[in-house]
Design a protein. Structure first.
Length: 353
């Protein structure tokens, strides 16, 4: 019982400390952090609407009245909501211990405070994907229904908000099917086939539309940002993605750049990027180990396996579309409820039992 109280106390301390970070971020962060927020808050391009991430986010902040508030006050409202969502998912009974997993989550709180301290598309993404976590936690809902509803939620989010979410269910199902085959290194092979299916989808799309996924997203965004002050962590493929082999290289390179950024040594003079890279490397490794455990014990961890399939499908999709490392980290904080659950699933299983 004392352990639970200690862990809850640490959770509350993290919340209070990072609430201060969130409220003061407006006065500390450089202007580039607020480019998206300015679009959402002021809507000078008159983009408000019911379809697409910017139009819907602008609509949300207008309808709720948040767009009319100063950014520090928005942070004061948003950050407690996000922390409460994590609290309702659960506070692990060893949350007070200083281990790698907990430190990654402590840093996750800090990044939540930074990226959610303003009008943000990630605020909506965070709340939306949390529904999937609560769906899988609620074992009153049957296993099959949980899978079906979570896939439907992802498809709806892809249709109305972020189109690349449409790829997640397909990649997840392919990886799930492949995981039944008895390979020597099932975890790596399952991820490989996830990458393979997104390459196939991109090449098929290219045959129909004349341009591939990364070429029409990451390449276009980064072309306009070369030598810009906010582009020091751009993801640039070594091969131009305007051919089938160039797109294949671009997707594989993007996956590693976003999830296993070993080439990050070149950012040695940007400590904030190095910190993010270390966080990302450790996070990916721990999740990979947990994914391997779920694959080996698929019946016992059938709910947790699907959470990790969704998460790794998302990571694969990030490798296709993310223009830079900073944006990739921000988008990972958008799905932080899933990451949080995946890191502590043993605790939540005990709680259910």
């Amino acid at each position: 019982m004392m352990q639970i109280k200690k862990s809850t106390a640490i959770f509350v301390v993290l919340f209070i400390a990072n609430l201060f970070v969130a409220v003061t971020a407006f006065y500390i962060l450089p202007k580039r952090f607020f480019y998206d927020s300015a679009i959402i808050a002021f809507d000078k391009g008159k983009e408000i609407g019911f379809l697409g991430s910017y139009p819907l986010t602008i609509l949300f902040y207008k309808v709720t009245g948040l767009r009319y508030l100063p950014f520090p006050l928005i942070a004061l409202i948003q950050f407690p909501i996000l922390a409460y969502v994590l609290y309702k998912i659960g506070v692990p009974n060893n949350f007070y211990k200083l281990n790698v997993k907990n430190i990654l989550v402590y840093l996750g709180f800090f990044m939540m405070a930074i990226f959610m301290s303003m009008p943000s598309k990630e605020f909506i993404t965070f709340l939306y994907v949390a529904i999937i976590v609560f769906l899988y936690k609620n074992h009153k809902i049957s296993y099959a229904k949980s899978i079906a509803l979570s896939m439907l939620l992802l498809v709806l989010f892809g249709i109305f908000y972020r189109p690349y979410f449409l790829l997640i269910p397909l990649i997840a199902f392919v990886m799930y099917a492949v995981s039944f085959i008895n390979f020597k290194n099932k975890t790596i092979v399952t991820l490989f086939y996830g990458l393979l299916i997104v390459i196939f989808l991109s090449l098929s799309y290219g045959m129909l539309e004349g341009h591939y996924f990364s070429e029409s997203s990451r390449e276009i965004v980064n072309t306009t940002r070369v030598n810009a002050s906010d582009a020091n962590s751009m993801i640039i493929s070594p091969v131009k993605p305007d051919t089938w082999y160039g797109e294949t290289v671009a997707i594989v390179y993007g996956f590693f750049a976003v999830n296993i950024p070993l080439n990050g040594i070149k950012y040695i003079f940007s400590p904030q990027i190095i910190a993010f890279i270390i966080w990302q490397l450790l996070l990916f490794y721990i999740l990979l180990v947990r994914f391997s455990k779920c694959l080996k014990n698929r019946e016992e961890y059938k709910y947790e396996l699907w959470i990790l399939l969704i998460l790794f499908a998302y990571f694969i999709v990030q490798g296709v579309f993310e223009p830079d490392l900073g944006t990739a980290i921000r988008h990972k904080i958008g799905v932080f409820p899933i990451i949080y659950y995946a890191l502590y699933y043993e605790y939540f299983r005990k709680k259910l039992q």
